[in-house]
Design a protein around this ligand. Structure first.
Ligand SMILES: [Zn+2]
Length: 260
């Protein structure tokens, strides 16, 4: 059995004391690949560096909407270079964040669209972060990324929003909150979404699943997300592992062929 954690941030300082042990535990939990995600230029650079040094790790690079006001043309040129490095499989995470709301919405949209364009030029799939911005996210994706390969990372929302994302052609990626008893809306989405459009992730160090809630998350726990998905859909863990791994390889085409 093979699991892929399609979204983690293990380059961050939370893991500086025990990163090797974290990767060992992931392996022991059948996690064979981890996609480490950048959210600004320094984290994207760290992500690519980590991927080049760890056989289990692949990288994504991108600039989150928080930095929409300060991102320059030179930054985008640096990002373009990074995206062409070995083991980079996607552009992300990018999108809109009206919850933290650290940049004006028109600037968030502009940076989002610029990076979708960059992804198209480099033929890379996109990883979308959307918080409290569902309507605008769907509007922009319909306009700029209809049928373009991409994933709604750590999906949260109701079935109607899920359908809109599926209609754009995107995958839905589930994370720790799927294991929470009270996440009824999310459970419904996880039951109804087509199996061939589902991914799993941890978003480590955030969104720790039950029963480790409140502690630091880590890629090994993607297995708990897969187990929750299996229970909700009434299938076994091996079925979920096989499907989500195949889905990740279909979306992130550069993941294929170099499995350690
Ligand atoms: Zn993330």
């Amino acid at each position: 059995m093979e699991l892929i954690d399609t979204h983690a941030h293990i380059n961050v300082e939370h893991y500086s004391a025990d990163r090797a042990a974290v990767i060992e535990r992931a392996l022991a939990a059948d996690v064979r690949r981890i996609i480490n995600i950048g959210y600004d230029l320094p984290s994207s650079q760290a992500s690519v560096a980590l991927a080049q040094q760890e056989p289990l790790v692949w990288a994504a690079a991108g600039i989150q909407p928080h930095y929409a006001s300060s991102t320059t043309a030179a930054d985008l040129a640096t990002l373009r270079e990074l995206l062409q490095q070995p083991k980079v499989v996607a552009l992300g995470e990018i999108g809109l964040d009206y919850y933290h709301d650290r940049a004006p919405h028109d600037q968030q949209e502009a940076l989002f669209r610029q990076q979708i364009e960059l992804a198209r030029e480099l033929s890379l799939p996109v990883i979308i972060h959307s918080r409290d911005a569902h309507t605008d996210t769907v509007r922009i994706l319909r306009d700029a990324a209809q049928d373009y390969p991409g994933v709604m990372h750590s999906f949260s929302g109701d079935w109607e929003y899920a359908q809109a994302c599926l209609d754009v052609g995107f995958y839905l990626s589930f994370s720790g909150p799927l294991t929470f008893k009270k996440a009824v809306e999310l459970h419904e989405v996880a039951k109804r979404a087509p199996l061939e459009r589902i991914l799993i992730e941890t978003d480590s160090p955030y969104l720790t699943p039950h029963p480790y809630r409140g502690k630091r998350n880590e890629p090994a726990h993607v297995r708990l997300v897969a187990e929750a998905l299996a229970a909700l859909r009434g299938v076994d863990l091996a079925t979920i592992a096989a499907a989500t791994t195949a889905n990740a390889e279909r979306l992130f085409t550069r993941l294929k062929g170099n499995s350690p």
